[in-house]
Design a protein around this ligand. Structure first.
Ligand SMILES: Cc1cc2nc3c(=O)[nH]c(=O)nc-3n(C[C@H](O)[C@H](O)[C@H](O)COP(=O)(O)OP(=O)(O)OC[C@H]3O[C@@H](n4cnc5c(N)ncnc54)[C@H](O)[C@@H]3O)c2cc1C
Length: 678
């Protein structure tokens, strides 16, 4: 390998960051398709790549392209498998293959020499966009490139509360026994004869001859395996099962098992590869076959000269497998002791071929249902509960139950207003008001004193309240417009989108407007009655409230717009929003609005605040308390000012909306700044 050099003037057609598994496979695939012959290629690798730092194992049929293409690198293939001390199973049609990483590195480097690709031993720090090219900066120099294949590992620190991150850590001994104790055609996986010690731990044995094998202790857990601990266990097991032996070598390693999905690079010319492209299956740690498929897909597109959305190249995957992986990781994190039971049951009840296709994500839904039916149900039910809780989906179940209770009371009794109050009052106190009562922390660095902040804040509220008295029509429109933006912005934030362009501002506004219009026009008679209490006189051209046919159209178009946006963004978590909107149709306006405001908007914003301010819920409540109380006092004052509202529901709703508009105006401005800075 060459040492660091200054290469400022060169522009490489393809620049590979890292020469590990993923980029080696891509390079080999490109070489095979002769895509590199007239390209200027550079590879920047931080490591010497001259040791066998890992081994890659995978199952594949003899006719699969991975076996045909990598045949010279496969040092061993097993045609039989033993799982957890059960009887041996034949896997001749899909043997388990073994490749030494050093063979892959050497093979790739030798192949690259023919095409004059340059390999730099250097560490990449940063990539920036430079007109048509990218500048890749290392400690010593800059490299220019048109297309980049980036295999640096993704950052897994600070993943947030939703994500799960475990380690698949292992320590193994390459041993040579005195006696012929192994069957070199048969390997053993997931042997649970070891103590679990509050983890999921098992032994894995890969024989290389009748006397030689790699015997490994693997752990799925939050804490990595300790070498001394693993050595002691392995020594005991090996001596007991195989007698005298000598250690030829040892190896340790760790594969991330995480639900976190790294986003594609936002620059069209930078492709993430390997672990950075989420190609490691979270529940197993296997990645090699996926990386090979990804390499072939990438090289096919390059061969076609198709570089459009190069950064978004990915393998087709079925989303439901992500959910299965997630549930398993939840179980392994919260109830690690269940791992042994689940895997034991899985391998006992299912044939190895079904399991291989399940792990390859090639089973049908029916097969998957059969697999899950054969597993202990309780840990999965508990995992589903945690999943709903982590993702804040429990709220939709609670909202649904609350509405069902409302419907029952509304049908059989006259107590439905009481039920509405029992849903809305706790909801407003729990998050509705507190999520807006933290504005003083959002602005803390900009204002000189809290007093100044409060004066400005209450002044804005007061002025808006006065404007409502004289210009209700203007105030109402203003409320709808800024609420639309505020709601839309918080929905986009939930999607992970920051408003970085005018288009996104417009998108946020239209999204929020559709939410509001849907709620208003699915309750257009009620809305009309309440708006009439504001003394609003709509111009003739705006008298759409009077005609229900327009209301149906507007509500339908709004709903369709939201649905299309969700489908386009592929953020299916937003289906919860649609669910709440639909749930609200057959409830009074105030409940329909409350369902959205409490169960969607405020809970989302509360989550954004917790994450953005890095504070737990209790701290936020404490900080919000003075302003929550002030808001309640402000509402009481307004009810005192308009005492009719205490006895008349519509008057009450009208007063509540004015109250919300007044406290929302400064809140909307501050939340916008918070989202922007975040
Ligand atoms: C010990 C171990 C065993 C595994 N066994 C299997 C298995 O049996 N079967 C299977 O399917 N999967 C296995 N995996 C999972 C997966 O196949 C590997 O992690 C695989 O190496 C991932 O490929 P990659 O290209 O993303 O990363 P790597 O192979 O690690 O390659 C990344 C390369 O980038 C270099 N690099 C990193 N940062 C920089 C930088 N800033 N500048 C320049 N270069 C940089 C690194 O030195 C490295 O060479 C295993 C993983 C580990 C850790």
């Amino acid at each position: 390998m060459e040492g660091p050099t200054i290469e400022k003037s060169k522009v490489y057609d393809f620049l590979f960051i890292g020469l590990g598994a993923s980029n080696s496979l891509i390079l080999l695939s490109l070489l095979k398709k002769k895509c590199l012959s007239n390209k200027k290629v550079a590879i920047i690798e931080a490591d010497d790549k001259d040791t066998n730092d890992k081994t890659y194992c995978f199952w594949a049929a003899p006719s699969d392209s991975i076996v045909l293409e990598l045949a010279p690198l496969i040092s061993h293939s097993y045609t039989k498998i033993e799982v957890n001390q059960s009887t041996s199973q034949n896997i001749e049609d899909q043997p388990y293959h073994y490749i030494k990483s050093i063979d892959l590195y050497n093979h790739t480097q030798a192949a690259l020499k023919i095409d004059n690709a340059t390999i730099f031993r250097d560490t990449v720090n940063h990539i920036s966009s430079e007109g048509d090219f990218y500048t890749v900066s290392s400690n010593s120099t800059n490299y220019l490139a048109s297309y980049i294949f980036d295999s640096r590992p993704p950052s897994l620190s600070d993943l947030g509360q939703k994500e799960i991150y475990l380690h698949q850590s292992f320590y193994g001994l390459h041993i040579k026994c005195e006696n012929e104790v192994f069957n070199e055609d048969e390997f053993e996986m997931m042997n649970f004869k070891v103590e679990q010690d509050a983890f999921t731990q098992f032994i894995y044995i890969l024989p290389f001859s009748k006397k030689e094998a790699l015997v490994e202790l693997t752990r799925f857990g939050e804490k990595k395996i300790d070498v001394a601990y693993a050595k002691e266990i392995l020594n005991k097991i090996i001596s007991k099962d195989y007698g005298n032996y000598e250690v030829l070598a040892d190896e340790d390693g760790c594969i991330p098992m995480t639900t976190f999905r790294n986003s594609a690079n936002s620059s069209e010319g930078i492709l993430h590869t390997g672990a950075r492209a989420n190609l490691i299956k979270p529940s197993t740690g296997y990645a090699f076959k996926r990386m090979h498929a990804f390499a072939n897909k990438t090289s096919e597109e390059i061969l076609k000269g198709n570089y459009k959305q190069f950064n978004k190249l990915s393998l087709e995957t079925k989303k439901r497998f992500r959910l299965y992986d997630r549930l398993l990781l939840i179980i392994l994190l919260y109830w690690p002791g269940e791992g042994k039971k689940i895997f034991t049951q899985l391998y006992k009840k299912q044939g190895i071929h079904t399991i291989f296709s399940f792990l390859d994500e090639k089973t049908t839904l029916l097969q998957e249902l059969k697999i899950f039916a054969s597993l202990p149900i309780l840990p999965f039910l508990k995992a589903v509960y945690i999943f709903f809780k982590k993702y804040n989906y429990l709220r939709y179940i609670i909202a649904f139950l609350a509405v069902v209770i409302y419907w029952v009371f509304d049908y059989f009794t006259l107590l439905s207003p009481l039920i509405i109050s029992l849903i809305l009052i706790p909801g407003f106190l729990y998050v509705g008001i507190p999520h807006g009562a933290l504005d003083h922390i959002l602005i803390a660095r900009k204002e000189k004193t809290l007093l100044q902040f409060c004066i400005k804040y209450f002044l804005i509220m007061g002025i808006y309240f006065i404007v409502w008295q004289f210009f209700p029509m203007l105030s109402l429109l203003f409320f709808i417009l800024f609420s639309a933006f505020h709601f839309g912005e918080s929905e986009l934030e939930e999607e992970g989108l920051n408003l970085s362009s005018l288009l996104l501002y417009a998108k946020a506004f239209i999204f929020g407007l559709c939410i509001i219009l849907f709620i208003i026009f699915t309750h257009h008679t009620e809305s009309k009655e309440i708006i009439s209490l504001f003394n609003v006189n709509f111009p003739l051209s705006l008298r759409i409230f009077d005609q229900s046919i327009y209301a149906v159209w507007i509500a339908s178009i709004s709903f369709l717009y939201i649905l299309i946006q969700i489908l386009l963004s592929k953020k299916y978590a937003h289906f919860g929003l649609l669910f709440l909107l639909l749930l609200g149709i057959k409830t009074p306006l105030i409940l329909a609005f409350g369902l959205y405001f409490i169960f969607q908007h405020s809970l989302n914003a509360w989550g954004h605040l917790q994450h953005g301010l890095k504070m737990d819920g209790f701290t936020l409540y404490k900080k919000a308390l003075p302003f929550t109380l002030s808001a309640i006092f402000f509402l009481c004052a307004m009810l005192f000012y308009n005492s009719v509202a205490v006895l008349n529901l519509n008057e009450f709703i009208a007063t509540l909306f004015i109250f919300l508009s007044c406290i929302s105006l400064p809140h909307f401005l501050l939340m916008h700044l918070f989202y922007k800075v975040k």
